[in-house]
Design a protein around this ligand. Structure first.
Ligand code: PRP
Ligand code: ADE
Length: 219
């Protein structure tokens, strides 16, 4: 049993809190916008928080309950699909890149829906053959990411997906790997953004997050 217990989410993070919207995105298809709004309410209610995990001072956002309920799992993948379909000025991605490990829970399903390839970014030492490597810092530590050489072809359109953006270090490193491969980064898609950490400021492509978390916190 874990030393942490989940805590209730504050009222500012209630299911009907304002949805995250990226300035400059094209206006959405009305029926897709309505569908997305109701899916977000269901997803928000499923998230849990664990204080002091994996280290003291970190409020850990647990997305795994979404995958216990197949209808929520479906709602999640559909939400992300709707977003990709209504953004990018009509450009569909050729490749979905997912980040180890929790990005692997959503990346392959999303890629299948969009008829795109799936390419993993893994922690150093897990992938065989020649790899590109990128060092990064994240909310609770430092690491190295790798991608297999040749997994993205020059000019392919790429969307990077992960569960959470905190400091943005992981996502920025993945963006660097895509650049090293010659890919064209259309944008980033996350389930949850810890806005107080301002991770999106590190990213060089449009950012979409379904939900915002820990709004009251400051750095
Ligand atoms: O924005 P950042 O500060 O970089 O943090 C976000 C990253 O941290 C978590 O992954 P973690 O490295 O804990 O790996 P895991 O998915 O393998 O648990 C999360 O899944 C993101 O990938
Ligand atoms: N607070 C947090 N909860 C879950 N995953 C994270 N990755 C980085 N920060 C995190």
């Amino acid at each position: 049993m874990s030393h942490s217990t989940p805590v209730d989410r504050p009222a500012s993070e209630s299911p009907d809190a304002a949805p995250t919207q990226v300035a400059g995105q094209p206006s959405a298809h009305p029926s897709r916008t309505t569908e997305l709004a109701s899916l977000k309410i269901r997803l928000r209610a499923a998230l849990r928080q664990f204080p002091d995990f994996p280290s003291p001072g970190i409020l850990f956002e647990d997305i795994l309950p979404i995958f216990i309920d197949p209808t929520l799992h479906e709602a999640l993948i559909r939400s992300l699909e709707l977003h990709v379909l209504q953004s990018g000025n009509g450009q569909k991605p050729d490749v979905i890149v997912g980040l180890e490990a929790r990005g692997f829970l959503i990346g392959p399903s999303l890629a299948l829906r969009l008829g795109a390839s799936f390419v993993p970014v893994r922690k150093q030492g897990k992938l065989p053959g020649p790899c590109e490597t990128q060092a990064y810092d994240k909310e609770y530590g430092q690491d190295f990411f790798q991608m297999q050489c040749g997994s993205i072809k020059p000019g392919q359109k790429v969307v990077i997906v992960d569960d959470i953006i905190a400091t943005g270090g992981s996502a920025a490193a993945a963006g660097e790997l895509v650049k090293k491969m010659g890919g064209s980064l259309l944008g980033y898609v996350f389930i949850l953004e810890l806005e107080f950490l301002k991770g999106r400021d590190k990213l060089q492509a449009p950012v979409f997050t379904l939900l915002a978390g820990q709004e009251g916190k400051t750095t």
